[in-house]
Design a protein around this ligand. Sequence first.
Ligand SMILES: Cc1ncc(COP(=O)(O)O)c(C=O)c1O
Length: 483
Amino acid sequence: MPAAAPSLWTTHLDRTGPLPMSRQLAASLRRVIAEGGIGAGARLPSTRVLSAELGLARSTVVAVFEQLAAEGFVLARPGSGYYVPSRPEPASSKPPLPSARPVSREAKRLAAFVIPRRGEPRPFENGYAEIDGRFMADWKRLAARVLTDRSRAQWAYGDPQGDPELRRAIAAYLGAARGVRCRPEQIVLTSGTQHGLSLAARILLDPGDTAWVEDPCYGAAHEILTMAEARIVPVPVDEHGLAIARSPETATPRLVYTTPSRQYPLGMAMPYARRVELLEWAERTGAWIVEDDYESEFQAPGKMLPSLQGLDRGGRVIYLGTFSKLVFPSLRLGYAVLPDDLVGPATAARYLTDRQSSGPIQAILTEFMLGGHFARHLKRMRALYAERHRYLGDAIRDRMGNLLQIHPSESGMYLIAWLPGDWSDAAAAKALAAAGVVAVSLSSLVLATRRPPGLMLGYTGHSEAAMARAVERMAEALSCKPV
Ligand SMILES: Cc1ncc(COP(=O)(O)O)c(C=O)c1O
């Protein structure tokens, strides 16, 4: 069968835009395949032809194809090329886009979005919290009490900003644990950090406004800002995290998204001097800083830096946090801490999108926090996750130390294993997926600045026995270099 014509998916590529061509090419291919624009079984043009046509390095096109192969959008047939699979998995679960009827630009983009599969935790999927017997017993008892004692008014609509008692508990916790300086009136309850970032984008950005993101970057953050039609500029991180001085642009952005306490995914903390520099720059230029303070609580004691927000005197920081990692992800509760003048617009945006978080769930969490269970739970989880972190690092060093280098890190929820420099982490992740082991390749989080190949391995939701079995499968799957 002749190869599909490249013009099908290359006409939308924007050479002058801030997004790297590789990312644009991948997004465009996903969209065309998901919409059935290239038939099942069709062969994609060779990487040589495509790289010549687009003026890109052949290795860039190969990396894009490998990424799509890892996601199941295309099939790699060694020696023959890349093909559209006869039943493209990500597209098959989606209804076809109603292309004959008008939909928004956004709907067209979203049709190609692949929602990550979640279910029973598979090692080394990241972001799973442990649910132990102590937690279950506490949570069930509190839930029974809350559901029994609720007044009629408490079953009705509540405060869209979040239950005041819960906001008081959160403000006290954030002040003590994360050095956040806020009153309960500055907190808007969210359904998690993703929601918090969506709200921030809604109240801060107009379509076309510039948003700076760290490179590499948390993928969902990038997607949320894309959904807000921001012009995204990737800013490289160095050993101290976000380096605004290294930004490719001098024009001030409207918003900067950053993970200062533990850069996602590379894990470095932004030191005090860099934080002050960032805040002074924001005050001088009027840019907003969105601080995503994910999983800071699981750093080793003494290594935990307080929040950037706590140093902010100019009211430039929007602080986002989540109970997904502190309690469990399907709880869908998080918080945005905002300067006073942004609280009203953010609460209105929340009210108009989904009104509020669940009343009974907020009440259970409030009891969990006020009764001291939350602090005890965090202490137990911190110790458990530190043990799992140690266990996985040791297991990999013992079994695969000749191949993988564990990035020195204290704790957190995942670790990074570096591959030899001439490996493709996308190909390694694909080989591991075939062996039932989940690893996120660092290259899939990179926007513009190339990094050495590495894999993110989450350990918090996996028992030592499950991790031991997975390390064995991993060693077998990577025993010869995957291509
Ligand atoms: C860096 C980072 N930010 C935010 C989130 C999103 O958390 P939430 O479940 O609160 O939306 C995650 C989840 O994995 C994350 O890794």
